[in-house]
Write a protein that binds this ligand. Structure first.
Ligand code: CMP
Length: 145
């Protein structure tokens, strides 16, 4: 059966968003919702609050507020698992070693700047999608800096 997951192109992935969206379609996903937006540091802290206190939290939230993001709801069979498989390992260098065709291998830099995010369960997909598509209004800018 079809399920919906939440995907986020991070600021470092934006310059490759065309190629990332091609990969989304060529791997059989549909895009149900899509929004480009710019998070404030406070938005980023809220989105990643489950990581607060971790050593990478400050760098992660600053990075997420450093440029535009593209938020998407993706639909496919087993979308949660399949999107995470297409992303590859969190650390982009591990991704290049273990799964060279994955999105993080192709477009990520390290373990923080790793091109895209994917929800880890249907529950977080719903929560994360609501965060971007229902709960708030974000600033946006049509031109990349
Ligand atoms: P993401 O899938 O968005 O989920 C949490 C994010 O935190 C992760 O991708 C990375 O961007 C970042 N992250 C996770 N683990 C580390 C780590 N060990 N060092 C730095 N950043 C990390």
């Amino acid at each position: 059966f079809q399920e919906t997951t939440f995907a986020l192109i991070k600021p470092d992935g934006i310059k490759n968003m065309g190629r990332i969206i091609d990969l989304i379609f060529s791997n059989g996903f549909l895009i149900k919702e899509l929004r480009m937006c710019k998070l404030s540091v406070e938005d980023a802290r809220n989105f990643y609050k489950i990581h607060s206190g971790k050593p990478f939290y400050e760098a992660l939230t600053q990075f997420m507020a450093s440029g535009l993001c593209v938020a998407m709801d993706l639909v496919a069979e087993n979308a949660v698992r399949r999107w995470r498989t297409l992303l590859g390992p969190t650390n982009s260098q591990d991704a290049r070693d273990r799964d060279p065709n994955s999105i993080r291998a192709l477009f990520g830099t390290d373990s923080t700047q790793n091109a895209c995010h994917g929800s880890d369960s249907l529950e977080s997909a719903k929560q994360e999608s609501d965060f971007f598509f229902r709960d708030r209004n974000f600033g946006s800018c049509a031109r990349l800096e």
